[in-house]
Design a protein around this ligand. Structure first.
Ligand code: SF4
Length: 488
Protein backbone atom coordinates (compact mmCIF):
# COMPACT_ATOMS: atom_id res chain seq x y z
CA UNK A 1 0.00 0.00 0.00
CA UNK A 2 2.90 2.35 0.65
CA UNK A 3 4.45 4.26 -2.25
CA UNK A 4 7.99 3.71 -3.42
CA UNK A 5 10.51 4.89 -0.85
CA UNK A 6 12.99 7.59 -1.55
CA UNK A 7 16.45 6.14 -1.37
CA UNK A 8 19.43 8.41 -1.94
CA UNK A 9 21.51 5.35 -2.85
CA UNK A 10 19.39 4.74 -5.93
CA UNK A 11 17.89 8.18 -6.52
CA UNK A 12 19.23 10.20 -9.46
CA UNK A 13 21.54 13.12 -8.68
CA UNK A 14 19.86 16.41 -7.81
CA UNK A 15 20.55 18.11 -11.18
CA UNK A 16 19.09 15.15 -13.10
CA UNK A 17 15.98 14.86 -10.92
CA UNK A 18 15.48 18.64 -10.89
CA UNK A 19 15.79 18.80 -14.67
CA UNK A 20 12.83 16.43 -15.06
CA UNK A 21 10.68 18.01 -12.33
CA UNK A 22 11.18 21.53 -13.67
CA UNK A 23 9.14 20.47 -16.71
CA UNK A 24 6.12 19.75 -14.49
CA UNK A 25 4.36 23.15 -14.55
CA UNK A 26 1.48 21.97 -12.31
CA UNK A 27 3.87 20.73 -9.62
CA UNK A 28 5.83 23.99 -9.67
CA UNK A 29 2.63 26.00 -9.43
CA UNK A 30 1.39 23.90 -6.46
CA UNK A 31 4.74 24.16 -4.62
CA UNK A 32 5.03 27.88 -5.24
CA UNK A 33 1.49 28.57 -4.07
CA UNK A 34 1.70 26.43 -0.92
CA UNK A 35 5.11 27.73 0.20
CA UNK A 36 3.99 31.34 -0.37
CA UNK A 37 0.88 30.83 1.78
CA UNK A 38 2.90 29.29 4.64
CA UNK A 39 5.63 31.93 4.38
CA UNK A 40 3.11 34.76 4.65
CA UNK A 41 1.37 33.16 7.63
CA UNK A 42 4.72 32.64 9.34
CA UNK A 43 5.79 36.23 8.75
CA UNK A 44 2.55 37.53 10.31
CA UNK A 45 2.75 35.50 13.53
CA UNK A 46 6.49 36.01 13.94
CA UNK A 47 6.02 39.80 13.64
CA UNK A 48 3.59 39.65 16.59
CA UNK A 49 6.39 38.66 18.97
CA UNK A 50 8.70 41.43 20.16
CA UNK A 51 11.17 38.84 21.52
CA UNK A 52 11.37 36.52 18.48
CA UNK A 53 15.13 36.95 18.15
CA UNK A 54 15.64 36.19 21.87
CA UNK A 55 13.47 33.10 21.47
CA UNK A 56 15.61 31.95 18.53
CA UNK A 57 18.72 32.53 20.58
CA UNK A 58 17.26 30.56 23.49
CA UNK A 59 16.34 27.73 21.11
CA UNK A 60 19.83 27.69 19.65
CA UNK A 61 21.46 27.62 23.09
CA UNK A 62 19.28 24.80 24.41
CA UNK A 63 19.99 22.70 21.32
CA UNK A 64 23.73 23.39 21.46
CA UNK A 65 23.86 22.57 25.16
CA UNK A 66 21.90 19.36 24.56
CA UNK A 67 24.21 18.19 21.78
CA UNK A 68 27.26 18.85 23.97
CA UNK A 69 25.82 16.59 26.69
CA UNK A 70 23.75 14.28 24.50
CA UNK A 71 24.98 11.03 26.09
CA UNK A 72 23.98 12.16 29.59
CA UNK A 73 20.54 13.41 28.51
CA UNK A 74 19.79 10.20 26.60
CA UNK A 75 20.63 8.10 29.64
CA UNK A 76 18.50 10.37 31.81
CA UNK A 77 15.61 9.98 29.36
CA UNK A 78 15.98 6.19 29.36
CA UNK A 79 16.03 6.05 33.16
CA UNK A 80 12.94 8.24 33.60
CA UNK A 81 10.96 6.66 30.79
CA UNK A 82 11.67 3.17 32.15
CA UNK A 83 10.73 4.28 35.66
CA UNK A 84 7.37 5.46 34.29
CA UNK A 85 6.66 2.07 32.71
CA UNK A 86 8.04 2.58 29.17
CA UNK A 87 10.52 0.23 27.50
CA UNK A 88 13.50 1.83 25.75
CA UNK A 89 15.25 0.10 22.84
CA UNK A 90 18.45 1.32 21.18
CA UNK A 91 18.97 1.01 17.43
CA UNK A 92 22.35 1.58 15.78
CA UNK A 93 20.95 2.07 12.30
CA UNK A 94 17.83 1.98 10.15
CA UNK A 95 17.96 -1.80 9.70
CA UNK A 96 18.08 -2.43 13.44
CA UNK A 97 15.28 0.10 14.06
CA UNK A 98 13.08 -1.59 11.44
CA UNK A 99 13.73 -5.03 12.96
CA UNK A 100 12.85 -3.84 16.47
CA UNK A 101 9.61 -2.14 15.38
CA UNK A 102 8.51 -5.11 13.24
CA UNK A 103 9.21 -7.52 16.12
CA UNK A 104 7.31 -5.38 18.64
CA UNK A 105 4.40 -4.91 16.21
CA UNK A 106 4.21 -8.66 15.53
CA UNK A 107 4.20 -9.43 19.26
CA UNK A 108 1.46 -6.87 19.94
CA UNK A 109 -0.68 -8.09 17.03
CA UNK A 110 -0.22 -11.75 18.07
CA UNK A 111 -1.35 -10.88 21.62
CA UNK A 112 -4.47 -9.17 20.22
CA UNK A 113 -5.19 -12.10 17.93
CA UNK A 114 -5.07 -14.49 20.90
CA UNK A 115 -7.98 -12.52 22.41
CA UNK A 116 -10.00 -12.16 19.19
CA UNK A 117 -9.30 -12.79 15.49
CA UNK A 118 -8.12 -9.55 13.88
CA UNK A 119 -6.10 -8.58 10.81
CA UNK A 120 -2.40 -7.63 11.12
CA UNK A 121 -2.69 -3.84 10.92
CA UNK A 122 -1.06 -0.83 12.49
CA UNK A 123 -1.89 2.87 12.81
CA UNK A 124 0.77 5.45 12.05
CA UNK A 125 1.20 9.04 13.10
CA UNK A 126 3.11 11.25 10.69
CA UNK A 127 6.81 10.72 11.34
CA UNK A 128 9.73 11.66 9.12
CA UNK A 129 11.95 9.32 11.15
CA UNK A 130 9.88 6.31 10.12
CA UNK A 131 9.97 7.61 6.53
CA UNK A 132 13.76 7.90 6.86
CA UNK A 133 14.05 4.20 7.70
CA UNK A 134 11.40 3.01 5.22
CA UNK A 135 9.29 1.49 7.96
CA UNK A 136 6.10 1.04 5.93
CA UNK A 137 7.91 -1.17 3.43
CA UNK A 138 9.34 -3.31 6.24
CA UNK A 139 5.93 -3.67 7.91
CA UNK A 140 4.32 -4.66 4.63
CA UNK A 141 7.08 -7.18 3.96
CA UNK A 142 6.27 -8.69 7.37
CA UNK A 143 2.58 -8.97 6.45
CA UNK A 144 1.45 -5.96 8.53
CA UNK A 145 -0.68 -3.29 6.88
CA UNK A 146 0.20 0.26 8.01
CA UNK A 147 -2.41 3.04 7.87
CA UNK A 148 -1.12 6.60 7.73
CA UNK A 149 -3.51 8.77 9.75
CA UNK A 150 -2.15 12.27 9.02
CA UNK A 151 -4.15 13.71 6.12
CA UNK A 152 -1.12 14.63 3.99
CA UNK A 153 0.56 11.27 4.67
CA UNK A 154 -2.69 9.50 3.82
CA UNK A 155 -2.76 11.32 0.44
CA UNK A 156 0.84 10.24 -0.19
CA UNK A 157 0.15 6.65 0.84
CA UNK A 158 -3.07 6.26 -1.17
CA UNK A 159 -1.49 8.01 -4.17
CA UNK A 160 1.62 5.75 -3.95
CA UNK A 161 3.60 8.96 -3.99
CA UNK A 162 6.63 10.34 -2.15
CA UNK A 163 6.64 13.08 0.51
CA UNK A 164 8.01 16.40 -0.67
CA UNK A 165 8.03 18.52 2.49
CA UNK A 166 8.82 17.81 6.15
CA UNK A 167 5.68 19.39 7.55
CA UNK A 168 3.30 19.19 4.58
CA UNK A 169 4.33 16.00 2.75
CA UNK A 170 1.63 16.38 0.06
CA UNK A 171 2.38 20.07 -0.58
CA UNK A 172 2.94 19.34 -4.27
CA UNK A 173 -0.67 18.13 -4.75
CA UNK A 174 -3.62 20.40 -5.41
CA UNK A 175 -7.25 19.83 -4.47
CA UNK A 176 -8.23 18.30 -7.81
CA UNK A 177 -5.41 15.77 -7.60
CA UNK A 178 -6.38 14.86 -4.02
CA UNK A 179 -10.00 14.47 -5.12
CA UNK A 180 -8.96 11.99 -7.82
CA UNK A 181 -6.89 9.94 -5.34
CA UNK A 182 -9.67 9.75 -2.73
CA UNK A 183 -12.34 8.99 -5.31
CA UNK A 184 -10.29 6.14 -6.75
CA UNK A 185 -8.82 4.64 -3.58
CA UNK A 186 -11.78 5.08 -1.24
CA UNK A 187 -14.29 4.00 -3.93
CA UNK A 188 -16.36 7.20 -3.67
CA UNK A 189 -17.75 7.94 -7.16
CA UNK A 190 -19.94 10.81 -5.86
CA UNK A 191 -17.25 12.55 -3.78
CA UNK A 192 -17.62 16.35 -3.84
CA UNK A 193 -14.75 18.73 -4.61
CA UNK A 194 -14.85 21.12 -1.65
CA UNK A 195 -12.21 20.98 1.12
CA UNK A 196 -15.01 19.96 3.51
CA UNK A 197 -15.99 17.02 1.27
CA UNK A 198 -12.39 15.79 1.11
CA UNK A 199 -11.82 16.23 4.85
CA UNK A 200 -15.05 14.37 5.63
CA UNK A 201 -14.04 11.49 3.34
CA UNK A 202 -10.69 11.20 5.13
CA UNK A 203 -12.37 11.46 8.53
CA UNK A 204 -14.79 8.60 7.81
CA UNK A 205 -12.04 6.48 6.26
CA UNK A 206 -9.77 6.93 9.28
CA UNK A 207 -12.36 6.92 12.10
CA UNK A 208 -13.16 3.28 11.47
CA UNK A 209 -9.43 2.44 11.70
CA UNK A 210 -8.91 4.42 14.92
CA UNK A 211 -11.69 2.45 16.60
CA UNK A 212 -10.56 -0.94 15.29
CA UNK A 213 -6.74 -1.12 15.14
CA UNK A 214 -5.13 -1.62 18.59
CA UNK A 215 -1.44 -0.96 17.76
CA UNK A 216 0.16 2.34 16.73
CA UNK A 217 3.55 3.68 15.69
CA UNK A 218 4.52 7.31 16.22
CA UNK A 219 7.51 9.58 15.85
CA UNK A 220 8.37 12.26 18.41
CA UNK A 221 8.92 15.99 18.28
CA UNK A 222 10.72 16.04 21.61
CA UNK A 223 11.93 13.53 24.20
CA UNK A 224 12.11 15.14 27.64
CA UNK A 225 15.11 13.85 29.60
CA UNK A 226 13.99 15.28 32.94
CA UNK A 227 10.66 13.41 32.98
CA UNK A 228 11.04 10.60 30.44
CA UNK A 229 8.06 12.08 28.58
CA UNK A 230 7.46 12.27 24.84
CA UNK A 231 5.90 15.25 23.07
CA UNK A 232 4.07 15.35 19.74
CA UNK A 233 2.50 18.46 18.23
CA UNK A 234 -0.03 18.24 15.40
CA UNK A 235 -2.97 20.01 13.82
CA UNK A 236 -5.55 17.35 13.03
CA UNK A 237 -6.10 15.32 16.19
CA UNK A 238 -5.19 12.07 14.46
CA UNK A 239 -2.08 11.89 16.63
CA UNK A 240 -4.11 12.28 19.81
CA UNK A 241 -6.36 9.40 18.67
CA UNK A 242 -3.35 7.16 18.00
CA UNK A 243 -1.77 8.04 21.34
CA UNK A 244 -4.84 7.32 23.43
CA UNK A 245 -6.97 4.59 21.78
CA UNK A 246 -4.48 1.78 20.93
CA UNK A 247 -3.34 -0.72 23.53
CA UNK A 248 0.27 -0.73 22.30
CA UNK A 249 2.23 2.35 21.26
CA UNK A 250 5.67 2.20 19.65
CA UNK A 251 7.56 5.50 19.28
CA UNK A 252 10.54 5.79 16.94
CA UNK A 253 12.82 8.78 17.50
CA UNK A 254 16.27 9.90 16.44
CA UNK A 255 18.64 10.42 19.37
CA UNK A 256 18.73 14.12 18.43
CA UNK A 257 15.13 14.60 19.57
CA UNK A 258 15.99 14.84 23.26
CA UNK A 259 15.70 18.10 25.23
CA UNK A 260 16.91 18.49 28.83
CA UNK A 261 13.98 19.90 30.77
CA UNK A 262 10.20 20.07 30.67
CA UNK A 263 10.35 23.87 30.77
CA UNK A 264 12.42 23.92 27.54
CA UNK A 265 9.13 23.21 25.79
CA UNK A 266 8.19 26.80 26.63
CA UNK A 267 10.73 27.89 24.00
CA UNK A 268 10.16 25.18 21.39
CA UNK A 269 6.36 25.22 21.54
CA UNK A 270 6.54 28.88 20.54
CA UNK A 271 9.22 28.50 17.88
CA UNK A 272 7.96 25.35 16.17
CA UNK A 273 4.31 26.10 15.28
CA UNK A 274 5.04 29.67 14.18
CA UNK A 275 7.88 28.47 11.93
CA UNK A 276 6.18 25.33 10.65
CA UNK A 277 2.59 26.26 9.85
CA UNK A 278 2.32 29.92 10.81
CA UNK A 279 0.16 29.05 13.82
CA UNK A 280 0.61 30.64 17.24
CA UNK A 281 0.16 27.25 18.82
CA UNK A 282 -0.52 23.78 17.50
CA UNK A 283 -4.14 22.71 18.05
CA UNK A 284 -2.97 19.44 19.61
CA UNK A 285 0.05 19.24 21.95
CA UNK A 286 0.32 15.75 23.43
CA UNK A 287 2.81 14.83 26.14
CA UNK A 288 2.79 11.35 27.65
CA UNK A 289 5.10 9.66 30.11
CA UNK A 290 5.28 5.86 30.30
CA UNK A 291 1.98 4.09 30.96
CA UNK A 292 -0.87 4.75 33.39
CA UNK A 293 -3.40 2.11 34.42
CA UNK A 294 -6.78 2.71 32.79
CA UNK A 295 -5.51 5.64 30.70
CA UNK A 296 -4.06 5.24 27.20
CA UNK A 297 -1.87 2.39 25.91
CA UNK A 298 -1.05 -0.54 28.22
CA UNK A 299 2.37 -1.04 26.61
CA UNK A 300 4.70 1.75 25.51
CA UNK A 301 8.03 1.31 23.69
CA UNK A 302 10.54 3.94 22.55
CA UNK A 303 13.10 3.06 19.88
CA UNK A 304 16.03 5.47 20.14
CA UNK A 305 17.81 5.43 16.81
CA UNK A 306 21.31 6.63 15.97
CA UNK A 307 21.45 6.00 12.20
CA UNK A 308 24.61 8.10 11.57
CA UNK A 309 23.67 10.84 14.04
CA UNK A 310 26.62 10.20 16.37
CA UNK A 311 28.90 10.58 13.33
CA UNK A 312 27.36 13.99 12.65
CA UNK A 313 27.80 14.88 16.31
CA UNK A 314 31.51 14.10 16.06
CA UNK A 315 32.00 16.64 13.25
CA UNK A 316 32.30 20.01 14.97
CA UNK A 317 31.58 22.00 11.82
CA UNK A 318 28.38 20.23 10.86
CA UNK A 319 27.12 19.24 14.32
CA UNK A 320 24.59 22.09 14.26
CA UNK A 321 22.60 20.03 11.71
CA UNK A 322 21.32 17.98 14.67
CA UNK A 323 19.79 21.10 16.24
CA UNK A 324 17.01 20.96 13.65
CA UNK A 325 13.45 20.81 15.03
CA UNK A 326 11.99 19.89 11.61
CA UNK A 327 9.84 22.97 11.11
CA UNK A 328 10.32 23.17 7.32
CA UNK A 329 10.67 26.99 7.31
CA UNK A 330 13.96 26.75 5.41
CA UNK A 331 12.21 24.78 2.67
CA UNK A 332 9.48 27.38 2.24
CA UNK A 333 11.94 30.23 1.63
CA UNK A 334 14.54 28.37 -0.42
CA UNK A 335 14.59 29.65 -4.05
CA UNK A 336 15.88 26.27 -5.23
CA UNK A 337 13.28 24.18 -3.39
CA UNK A 338 10.50 26.52 -4.55
CA UNK A 339 11.42 25.78 -8.17
CA UNK A 340 12.02 22.04 -8.01
CA UNK A 341 9.81 20.83 -5.14
CA UNK A 342 11.00 18.25 -2.64
CA UNK A 343 11.20 15.12 -4.74
CA UNK A 344 14.30 16.31 -6.59
CA UNK A 345 16.30 15.80 -3.39
CA UNK A 346 15.93 12.00 -3.48
CA UNK A 347 15.27 11.85 0.25
CA UNK A 348 12.46 12.40 2.73
CA UNK A 349 14.42 15.44 3.91
CA UNK A 350 14.21 18.01 1.12
CA UNK A 351 15.23 21.64 0.75
CA UNK A 352 18.11 23.24 2.66
CA UNK A 353 17.83 20.92 5.67
CA UNK A 354 17.81 17.92 3.30
CA UNK A 355 20.84 19.29 1.45
CA UNK A 356 22.85 19.12 4.69
CA UNK A 357 21.18 16.24 6.54
CA UNK A 358 20.79 13.60 3.83
CA UNK A 359 24.46 13.47 2.72
CA UNK A 360 25.50 13.14 6.35
CA UNK A 361 22.96 10.43 7.12
CA UNK A 362 24.41 8.62 4.12
CA UNK A 363 27.93 9.31 5.43
CA UNK A 364 28.70 11.26 2.26
CA UNK A 365 28.76 8.11 0.14
CA UNK A 366 25.56 9.03 -1.66
CA UNK A 367 23.70 12.26 -2.33
CA UNK A 368 26.95 14.07 -3.10
CA UNK A 369 25.13 16.51 -5.35
CA UNK A 370 22.90 17.82 -2.55
CA UNK A 371 25.36 20.25 -0.87
CA UNK A 372 25.55 21.97 -4.26
CA UNK A 373 21.73 22.28 -4.54
CA UNK A 374 21.79 25.79 -3.10
CA UNK A 375 22.47 29.34 -4.18
CA UNK A 376 23.91 30.09 -0.69
CA UNK A 377 21.57 33.11 -0.48
CA UNK A 378 21.23 32.68 3.28
CA UNK A 379 17.39 32.90 3.42
CA UNK A 380 17.30 29.52 5.22
CA UNK A 381 19.59 30.81 7.98
CA UNK A 382 17.43 33.89 8.49
CA UNK A 383 14.23 31.95 9.11
CA UNK A 384 15.63 28.98 11.02
CA UNK A 385 14.09 29.10 14.52
CA UNK A 386 17.20 27.58 16.08
CA UNK A 387 19.66 29.60 13.97
CA UNK A 388 21.31 26.73 12.11
CA UNK A 389 23.83 28.31 9.74
CA UNK A 390 22.92 26.11 6.77
CA UNK A 391 25.15 27.94 4.22
CA UNK A 392 28.15 27.37 6.52
CA UNK A 393 27.41 23.63 6.73
CA UNK A 394 26.82 23.46 2.96
CA UNK A 395 30.28 24.90 2.27
CA UNK A 396 31.83 22.47 4.77
CA UNK A 397 30.11 19.55 3.03
CA UNK A 398 31.14 20.80 -0.41
CA UNK A 399 34.75 20.71 0.77
CA UNK A 400 34.22 17.16 2.02
CA UNK A 401 32.79 16.06 -1.33
CA UNK A 402 35.84 17.52 -3.12
CA UNK A 403 38.21 15.86 -0.65
CA UNK A 404 36.49 12.50 -1.03
CA UNK A 405 36.56 12.66 -4.80
CA UNK A 406 40.27 13.48 -4.84
CA UNK A 407 41.70 15.81 -7.48
CA UNK A 408 38.78 16.64 -9.80
CA UNK A 409 39.26 18.41 -13.13
CA UNK A 410 38.34 21.73 -11.51
CA UNK A 411 40.68 21.20 -8.56
CA UNK A 412 43.50 20.22 -10.94
CA UNK A 413 42.94 23.39 -13.01
CA UNK A 414 43.05 25.50 -9.82
CA UNK A 415 46.32 23.85 -8.78
CA UNK A 416 47.88 24.62 -12.17
CA UNK A 417 46.64 28.23 -11.97
CA UNK A 418 48.15 28.59 -8.49
CA UNK A 419 51.53 27.35 -9.76
CA UNK A 420 51.42 29.81 -12.66
CA UNK A 421 50.45 32.80 -10.51
CA UNK A 422 53.30 32.12 -8.06
CA UNK A 423 55.99 33.05 -10.62
CA UNK A 424 56.19 36.09 -12.92
CA UNK A 425 58.20 34.10 -15.44
CA UNK A 426 55.61 31.32 -15.57
CA UNK A 427 52.78 33.88 -15.74
CA UNK A 428 54.29 35.64 -18.78
CA UNK A 429 54.99 32.34 -20.52
CA UNK A 430 51.37 31.26 -19.90
CA UNK A 431 50.11 34.51 -21.42
CA UNK A 432 52.20 33.97 -24.56
CA UNK A 433 51.07 30.35 -24.82
CA UNK A 434 47.45 31.35 -24.26
CA UNK A 435 47.57 33.86 -27.11
CA UNK A 436 49.02 31.25 -29.45
CA UNK A 437 46.49 28.59 -28.44
CA UNK A 438 43.46 30.84 -28.72
CA UNK A 439 44.31 32.30 -32.15
CA UNK A 440 42.41 29.66 -34.21
CA UNK A 441 39.35 29.87 -31.89
CA UNK A 442 38.78 33.63 -32.01
CA UNK A 443 36.00 35.03 -34.16
CA UNK A 444 35.49 38.77 -34.75
CA UNK A 445 32.17 40.43 -33.97
CA UNK A 446 32.36 42.91 -36.84
CA UNK A 447 33.56 45.76 -34.67
CA UNK A 448 37.09 44.54 -34.33
CA UNK A 449 36.43 42.74 -31.03
CA UNK A 450 37.32 39.04 -30.85
CA UNK A 451 35.36 36.37 -28.94
CA UNK A 452 35.89 32.68 -28.17
CA UNK A 453 32.61 30.78 -28.30
CA UNK A 454 33.96 27.25 -28.08
CA UNK A 455 36.75 25.60 -26.10
CA UNK A 456 37.79 21.95 -26.46
CA UNK A 457 37.43 19.14 -23.90
CA UNK A 458 36.91 19.85 -20.22
CA UNK A 459 37.13 23.62 -20.80
CA UNK A 460 34.02 23.41 -22.98
CA UNK A 461 31.81 23.74 -19.89
CA UNK A 462 32.78 27.40 -19.66
CA UNK A 463 31.75 28.21 -23.20
CA UNK A 464 28.47 26.28 -23.17
CA UNK A 465 26.63 29.31 -21.79
CA UNK A 466 29.12 32.18 -22.24
CA UNK A 467 31.63 33.65 -24.66
CA UNK A 468 35.13 34.61 -23.58
CA UNK A 469 36.79 37.75 -24.85
CA UNK A 470 40.12 37.14 -26.60
CA UNK A 471 43.29 38.04 -24.73
CA UNK A 472 44.68 41.52 -25.56
CA UNK A 473 47.51 41.53 -28.10
CA UNK A 474 49.62 43.57 -25.71
CA UNK A 475 49.39 43.41 -21.90
CA UNK A 476 49.66 46.54 -19.77
CA UNK A 477 53.05 45.38 -18.55
CA UNK A 478 54.32 44.91 -22.12
CA UNK A 479 53.02 48.37 -23.02
CA UNK A 480 54.71 49.90 -19.96
CA UNK A 481 58.06 48.25 -20.62
CA UNK A 482 57.95 49.20 -24.33
CA UNK A 483 57.15 52.77 -23.31
CA UNK A 484 60.24 52.77 -21.05
CA UNK A 485 62.45 51.38 -23.79
CA UNK A 486 61.17 53.99 -26.28
CA UNK A 487 61.91 56.72 -23.74
CA UNK A 488 58.30 58.13 -23.72
S1 SF4 B 1 17.03 23.64 9.53
FE1 SF4 B 1 15.96 25.17 10.79
S2 SF4 B 1 14.42 26.02 9.39
FE2 SF4 B 1 15.10 24.10 8.46
S3 SF4 B 1 13.68 22.54 9.20
FE3 SF4 B 1 15.39 22.56 10.63
S4 SF4 B 1 14.80 23.96 12.27
FE4 SF4 B 1 13.43 24.36 10.54
Amino acid sequence: MSGPLLDPRTAPSFPKAAHNLLRDAQLRKNVHHATSVIQNKRARVVAELGDWEQLRLAGERIREHTMTHLDAYLEQFEMNCTRAGGVVHWARDAEEARQIVVRLAKEAIAAEQRESPSPAEILKIKSMTTEEIGLNGALEAAGIRPYETDLAELIIQLGRDKPSHIVVPALHKNRQQIHEIFQREMHLPDLGHSPEDLAEAARLFLREKFLRVPTAVSGANFLIAETGGVCIVESEGNGRMCLTLPRTLITVAGIDKVIPRFRDLEVFLQLLPRSATGERMNPYNSIWTGVSAGDGPRAFHVVLMDNARSGILADKESRQTLNCIRCGACQNVCPVYRQTGGQAYGSVYAGPIGAILTPQLQQMHYAESLPFASSLCGACYEVCPVKINIPEVLIHLRNKVVEQKGLTGEALAMKIMATIFQSERRFRAAQRLGRMAEAPLVRKDGQGVGWIGWLPGMLGGWTQVRDLQEMPKQTFRDWWEKRGRDGN
